[in-house]
Design a protein around this ligand. Sequence first.
Ligand code: HEM
Length: 361
Amino acid sequence: MSAFPSLLRRAWPLAAIAAIIAALAATFSWAAGWIGGSRLTAQRVTDAIEAGNGRIHPGFRRAHAKGVCVTGHFASNGAGAALTRAGMLAAGASTPVLGRLSIAGGDPHAPDATTRVRSMALLLADADGQQWRMAMNSFPFFAVATPEGFHDQAVASRPDPATGKPDPAKMAELLRRHPEIKRFQQWAKTAPWPDSWGNTGFNGVNAFRFTDAAGQVHFVRWSMRPRLAFAAMDKATRAGAEADYLAHDLQARLANGPLRWDLVLHVAAPGDPINDPSRAWPEDRRQIVAGTLVLDAAQDQAEGACRDVNYDPTVLPDGIRPSDDPVLAARASVYAQSYNRREREIARGQAPTTAHRESAR
Ligand code: HEM
């Protein structure tokens, strides 16, 4: 825990939060600008997400709004040093972790069984001031290939006020413009739902540029593979599940000891799609297990230190850089928008309330 004790202590003075917002606006170079060369801005994408949510939940993340904070450490076994000079993947390195487990969607009070996608975000911070932030999902590839696809999907999926459902004509046009979404729909139709965060695998889906000690570059995607065996939750069980079963399951499991995931680095072969997260790489690509994530405690997100973290996946240690994937660059700018909006609301006194307690009301 020692590398970021102040992060783990909550109740930051509001002035400190305001200062961080100002600093972030300067730090995240994409914060206010256009996304790539397109006409899309981070503001427009965030507005589209908010509109899709139906209403603003002040102080909460605009996406993945329901979740819990977790803490632990990452223990490196040194195998990742074949790909990167990052100290956190050196042999024997142990790095404190402040993380967050969540479900997809913008409603912080949604029952867990209403959304299929489960998520893990991590902030690894070492004693040298290096940070590695990541945000992963339980799907094996992203629904869309571009930020425009994400924006168009958010707009088209918005429920029609007349029917309460997305307009079929708009959805058909979406699939015509972004046909890769069909692949994702196919996955979503058939993939089983895990019954716990603890037995779920999480995938980074975007590629990153790793540089090893000799200066050689490798393109890598990573995933967290659970040590617990997968257990599916069928439709009938989900229908009867309590609203916050994931948080309660997590508490029960942590009471019996830490949860573990192996960090698996997937290395691209020449010709693999580096800049398109909607296309999975073949299963037989070289994989390196670089160490183990150990989570041993959870905190409510309304009180835990993860509340005030932006898990921007482009904040990386020396030896790891973003690829040219436009989705990655868009994520940096949109997360900053969402973060700034929610921290402004908190600074105005609209702090989030305990999500899982509220949903049980
Ligand atoms: C253009 C593409 C994307 C957009 C616009 C987007 C948008 C967002 C936004 C607005 C947030 C809330 C940020 C905050 O308030 O801190 C968020 C959170 C998150 N996103 Fe994305 N996202 C995108 C792609 C992805 C992808 C590809 C993944 C992973 C495979 C992902 C995983 C997550 C996770 C895990 C969180 C929750 C992080 C946390 O716990 O704070 N997102 N996303």
